[in-house]
Design a protein around this ligand. Structure first.
Ligand code: 26Q
Length: 820
């Protein structure tokens, strides 16, 4: 099926700066209600956004009407996280307005970069999973797929991180303080959401069970807020619909009149709480009731919306799987599986078999982690109390699945108990991964390695039962934000070298390969990199008062702080290098700056200690004159999308050093490579595929493989012996444990060090020597600058495949069955 020509968006017309300036002035006056004499920088920002939003709206309505008229199948992407970042530059860039808008604003005495810097980040996500959802939304608009993203409009997104005396301090992020000029509030688009209560069975006169009716005791409503998502060259504009909790009856009048003013507001507070705050834990169980409420709240509102749209267009629900693909971003919306069944059976009168068939054909599910502590499960008593009807439906699904499993005669009792949706060992829990799996026709991992591990580990038994369901979709990133917009220098240089085709088709960036051997081009490439590094150096000087030399190697590890990501390995190597520089001052060391950035989950004790250690080590090394500036360590606070847009283009070396088998994919690895950094990394996640694309000579791979990690763990790994056998590591560990970096509290890192000696689950000690050796290989290549840049250019040329356009086309073809 191909789309007709009429469905294509019109050719973009680009208004001249004079027209734009006029529109901005008019928006300032009529939308913001201010004159130029009193307008603040925020007012100019709001006015500029309104101007570009108006233009987007024209494309938006057209796309929506066409999807309707052509009866196109729609994709619904359900995600508790959308880590969008700022939108204004993205919109200017995708609409081709950047230059003219800059000039228009300049003619009004306004600096585009200055106001763009005031736009708050929409940080409605923790990390990789949330950012992936944002890249996917942009790519779906770009490759012309009619899609809606569904999530929660958190009043407080990811917390703002400050570093006080080296420790992480979490502050609420109030991104809506100045209003949100992007969104459209749709008060009329509201759905009721119930919690608690009981289930009534309605029987017919002859005693047959006819229907179940859930009678919740609590009621709130979900109100829609829409943000248009514009693709490259405004090919299509899709909708991100975020739900906000509101009371149905804002003030309980009977209570209010009885003088109970606080009680009167109880319902309002409960509703607010649902969309108050994003859970800031990215990889271990939150377990709180409010989280499960959030999951159900947005799942039911989204499904009610989808069913209403489908019914009004097609008049029946039997055709749902042909016209709607609903995608579950991890298990966070897995409750949508029993909820769709409930709506189809209890509200629309279908029987179980038909509803179950429709459900499976409609849902797809992506898994993003294999870490056991991150696999969602909910205690049965909590589930039952909050969602009694869903509990019954989960049991009904389970009966069906276990029947199918037993019928094959292929499973032992133990295997059956692992297939079950209910974990019986210990306290009884509902396994959300199993629920999402059995309710979907497609289950995908996010890198080749991760997908194979899914088949071998958590989903081994379910994979045996349903062998056609698991498939791989290696992650990608949008080249619009992560190259064109964040790295205008490299974009301009690339256009000059190979023309403009790569802007529309990132595969064409292959053409740069021919320039790796061109000395003049390499110099220009190095100059672009240097100016990006100067920008980062200035930021670090402004914010932290630390001076770094842009000619040093910029070595960057930015991502959530987690033991499996092994920031500790990197810090220990920095300490070892520090020791060597001091003991061999006569050697010709290559100057290096090690940057760290990332947030720790507020309840994750060891991750917070690692942040403190990075800061303690930075303080000692940066102030030691005997290092002569050859090594600096910088912890950049509050890593977020906007900071990433500065860091990625400025990196020479990308640190992707997780314990093999533990990082599902990684996407920072792709952003760095596309911006011309070389990777030092383990054979983990998508690093494996990056290595295949860039070639062994253009990446620094070290360390144990997944199989070797498993083997060491099962054969009595003895980290103490490993540490004692590595003089460099032993010395670095001794420095930490003796309080060299924490003289005010010498035993501050006791737990971290004890963990290393006694367990070292993440194989820091086992990989240390290989990592240090790989770092010296890095130094050797860095010393030969033409060689370094030739490799960096080859990296850029060879990672076009990691575009989320490619990923999305694969989802479209192999999971969603929509044209793209
Ligand atoms: C679950 C239950 C309760 C509270 C919070 C959570 C929760 C929230 C967020 C669990 C996990 C997350 C986020 C996971 C995540 O970001 N995973 C990353 O996904 C990326 C995109 O696929 C991968 O590249 C990374 O490898 C993976 O770690």
């Amino acid at each position: 099926m191909t789309r007709t020509m009429t469905a294509k968006a019109p050719v973009l017309e680009i208004p001249d700066p004079k027209t734009l300036a006029h529109e901005v002035l008019s928006a300032l006056k009529y939308r913001v209600g201010k004159g130029t004499n009193v307008a603040t920088q925020y007012d100019w920002l709001t006015a500029s956004i309104k101007v570009v939003r108006d233009r987007i709206v024209d494309h938006w309505m057209q796309a929506t009407q066409e999807a309707y008229a052509q009866q196109e199948k729609r994709v619904y992407y359900l995600s508790l996280e959308f880590l969008i970042g700022r939108l204004m530059r993205d919109a200017f860039s995708n609409l081709g307005l950047m230059d003219n808008m800059r000039e228009a604003l300049k003619s009004l005495g306004v600096d585009l970069d200055l106001i763009a810097g005031l736009e708050p980040d929409a940080a409605l996500g923790n990390g990789g999973l949330g950012r992936l959802a944002a890249c996917f939304m942009e790519s779906m608009a770009t490759v012309d797929i009619p899609a809606h993203g569904y999530g929660i409009r958190y009043a407080n997104g990811m917390f703002r991180q400050e570093i006080h005396d080296g420790w992480q301090v979490e502050l609420p992020e109030t991104w809506l303080d100045h209003g949100n000029p992007w969104e459209f509030e749709r008060r009329e688009r509201a759905f009721e959401v119930g919690f608690g209560g009981s289930v009534e069975s309605i029987t017919s006169k002859d005693g047959r069970l006819e229907r179940h009716v859930w009678k919740p005791t609590e009621h709130v409503q979900a109100v829609a807020y829409d943000t248009p998502v514009v693709g490259w060259r405004a090919n299509r504009v899709n909708t991100l619909r975020l739900w906000s909790g509101m009371p149905i009856d804002p003030i309980l009048l009977d209570k209010f009149n009885a003088g109970d003013h606080i009680g009167a507001l109880a319902e309002s507070n409960k509703a607010d709480a649902l969309s108050r705050v994003l859970y800031p834990a990215d990889s271990h169980k939150a377990g709180q009731e409010l989280r499960l409420r959030q999951e159900y709240f947005f799942s039911t509102a989204s499904l009610q919306d989808i069913l209403q749209r489908h019914l009004s267009q097609y008049g029946d629900l039997v055709s749902l799987p042909d016209k709607a693909a609903i995608h579950l971003n991890d298990t966070h919306p897995a409750i949508a599986v029993p909820e769709l069944l409930r709506l189809l059976m209890d509200i629309h009168g279908m029987d179980f078999d038909q509803a179950w068939d429709i459900t499976k054909r409609t849902f797809g599910y992506t898994n993003h982690t294999l870490l056991p502590e991150a696999l969602e499960s909910w205690p049965v008593p909590l589930f039952e109390r909050l969602l009694p009807r869903h509990m019954q439906i989960v049991y009904a699904i389970n009966a069906q699945v276990l029947l199918e499993a037993r019928a094959t005669n292929q499973f032992s009792g133990e295997q059956i108990s692992r297939i079950s949706l209910i974990q019986e060992a210990g306290d009884r829990r509902v396994r959300m991964g199993n629920l999402a799996f059995v309710g979907s026709h497609s289950i995908n991992g996010v890198s080749a390695l991760h997908t194979e591990l899914m088949k071998e580990t958590v989903f081994a038994d379910l994979h045996k039962l349903y062998p056609d369901r698991i498939n791989n979709k290696t992650n990608g990133i949008t080249p619009r934000r992560w190259l064109i917009q964040c790295n205008p220098g490299l974009t301009a240089l690339t256009r000059e070298a190979i023309g403009d085709r790569f802007l529309d088709d990132i595969d064409a960036i292959k053409g740069l390969e021919a320039f790796a051997g061109d000395a003049a081009f390499r110099d220009k490439f190095a100059a672009v990199k240097r100016s990006n590094k100067v920008k980062l150096a200035n930021l670090v000087a402004d914010r932290l008062g630390i001076r770094v030399d842009p000619s040093a190697l910029f070595d960057i590890q930015v991502k959530r702080i987690h033991e499996y990501k092994r920031q500790l390995l990197n810090i220990l190597e920095a300490i070892a290098l520090y020791d060597q520089i001091r003991s061999h001052p006569e050697l010709d060391w290559m100057p290096r700056v090690k940057f760290f950035g990332g947030k720790a989950a507020p309840s994750y004790h060891n991750a917070k200690l690692i942040i403190k250690l990075a800061n303690d080590v930075a303080k000692v090394i940066n102030s030691d004159p005997s290092v002569r500036g050859l090594l600096k360590v910088v912890f950049v606070p509050n890593y977020n999308v906007s900071l990433a847009e500065v860091l990625m283009p400025a990196a020479d070396l990308s640190e992707q050093i997780s314990t093999a088998g533990m990082e599902a994919s990684g996407t920072g690895n792709m952003k760095f490579a596309l911006n011309g950094a070389l990777t030092i990394g383990t054979l983990d996640g998508a690093n494996v595929e990056i290595k295949e694309c860039v070639g062994d000579d253009n990446i620094f791979i070290f360390g144990l493989t997944t199989a070797e990690v498993a083997e060491r763990r099962s054969n009595g790994y003895n980290p103490r012996a490993v540490i004692e056998g590595s003089p460099e590591l032993a010395q670095a560990v001794a420095a930490v444990s003796s309080g060299v970096f924490s003289p005010d509290q010498p035993d501050r890192y006791r737990e971290l060090i004890d963990g290393l000696y006694n367990t070292d689950w993440f194989m820091v000690a086992a990989d240390f020597d290989a990592y240090a050796a790989a770092q010296r290989d890095v130094d050797a290549v860095w010393r030969n600058s033409p060689d370094w840049y030739a490799r960096a250019i080859r990296n850029v040329a060879r990672v076009g495949w990691f575009s989320s356009d490619r990923t999305i086309r694969q989802y479209a073809k192999e999971i969603w069955n929509v044209p793209a």
